[in-house]
Write a protein of this length. Structure first.
Length: 152
């Protein structure tokens, strides 16, 4: 999870620019992308913690294989974020700082989770711990690239 922790630090470094937007790049401003990324990490880690590792059964999923193994990148504009991870309400320094602390606390015991801890992804099927880490890194990096494009 060191890569994800590094990416979370990158998100944190962009908080001061949360109000900046560029409609040519995204409908959401920098703060929206930070909050969405943090909310996604928090929701998925919580789902993994609440999963039953003994219920995990690997099943081939072409989309998962293509994105997580071959492309190693999430294409832009191909999917819409599920409602549960879409930011709602006001986004400001304080709300982003609270979300950041919540995510870091939630991730603190990730390494202790069973390798068959799992998360049901809407497109990629059920992801085990290793696949979940890959997804979280790709997803967070995807939104950092959007943030960087908004800022440039």
């Amino acid at each position: 999870m060191q890569n994800l922790e590094y990416l979370i630090s990158q998100l944190e470094s962009k908080i001061t620019q949360f109000e900046i937007s560029n409609s040519n790049v995204s409908e959401g401003n920098v703060g929206w992308h930070i909050e969405h990324s943090l909310k996604t990490i928090d929701q998925i880690v919580t789902a993994c913690k609440n999963s039953n590792p003994s219920n995990y059964h690997w099943k081939f999923n072409f989309k998962r294989f293509l994105i997580l193994t071959i492309a190693k990148k999430i294409p832009r504009g191909k999917a819409k974020a599920p409602k549960i991870v879409r930011p709602e309400g006001e986004i400001n320094h304080e709300t982003l700082a609270i979300s950041l602390l919540k995510v870091r606390k939630n991730l603190s015991d990730w390494k202790d989770l069973n390798k068959y801890t799992n998360f049901p992804h809407p497109f990629f099927g059920v992801l085990n711990k290793k696949e979940t880490e890959k997804f979280l890194i790709l997803h967070t990096n995807h939104h950092l690239m959007i943030i960087n494009d908004i800022l440039n």
